[in-house]
Design a protein around this ligand. Structure first.
Ligand SMILES: [Zn+2]
Length: 206
């Protein structure tokens, strides 16, 4: 006679939460259980606030179909701004990079968000990132310059190299953000890569 599965002794609500959490990237069943038990110990209103934030995010946030930025409106306010230079695209890894760059007030072009960077060890290849959208934009929008704004890490460098190779056939001017020296840093406290870039990206002051 076939054995009947044992009825679960856990609450259906807890099981449902664990099932949902374990669908998230990098969260296995055991981590999902740990998070769920942590939430169980949390004050109830904190957990409800978290749930509200996720619901609000799911209902209201969209991805801009032009640049891939997270936005409440599609196209996003930057892509719909006609006073910006739409022939210059700055490629970034994530939406928060745009927020940082916009605070400088120095950039007047538009952006393209990859939603990550190449990371073969984590299974993130070109198919997982918003590369195709960028190539299509470059082809269709008479783009003059693509600025690679990846983070100065080995994965960021790898992503920039890959993109430079893909875009080299498109006849577009390719640049990379200069890393420069952080304000207040002494030359012996910055890495060789930063110092090398600072020399390479030097500019005239006369
Ligand atoms: Zn946009």
């Amino acid at each position: 006679m076939a054995q009947q599965p044992k009825p679960s002794t856990q609450s259906p609500a807890l099981n449902r939460l664990i099932d949902q959490l374990s669908t998230l990237p990098g969260v296995g069943r055991r981590s999902a259980e740990r998070i769920a038990f942590h939430l169980l110990k949390n004050p109830q209103d904190q957990t409800v606030q978290l749930a509200d934030a996720i619901r609000d995010f799911a209902v209201n946030l969209k991805i801009c179909n032009q640049c891939g930025n997270a936005t409440d409106t599609d196209p996003c306010p930057i892509c719909s701004d006609e006073s910006r230079d739409h022939q210059t695209i700055l490629v970034v890894e994530k939406p928060s990079d745009i927020v940082q760059l916009e605070t400088t007030g120095q950039y007047t072009g538009v952006y393209h968000v990859l939603m990550g960077r190449l990371s073969p060890l984590d299974g993130i290849g070109p198919g997982e990132l918003n590369f195709e959208g960028l190539i299509q934009r470059v082809k269709k929008q008479k783009v003059r310059e693509v600025i690679l704004g990846m983070h100065p890490t080995s994965e960021g460098d790898g992503t920039a190299l890959y993109l430079a190779d893909q875009l080299s056939k498109q006849g577009v001017h390719l640049t990379r953000l200069a890393r420069g020296l952080p304000v207040g840093a002494s030359l012996d406290s910055v890495s060789k890569a930063v110092l090398g870039d600072a020399v390479h990206g030097r500019r005239r002051i006369d």
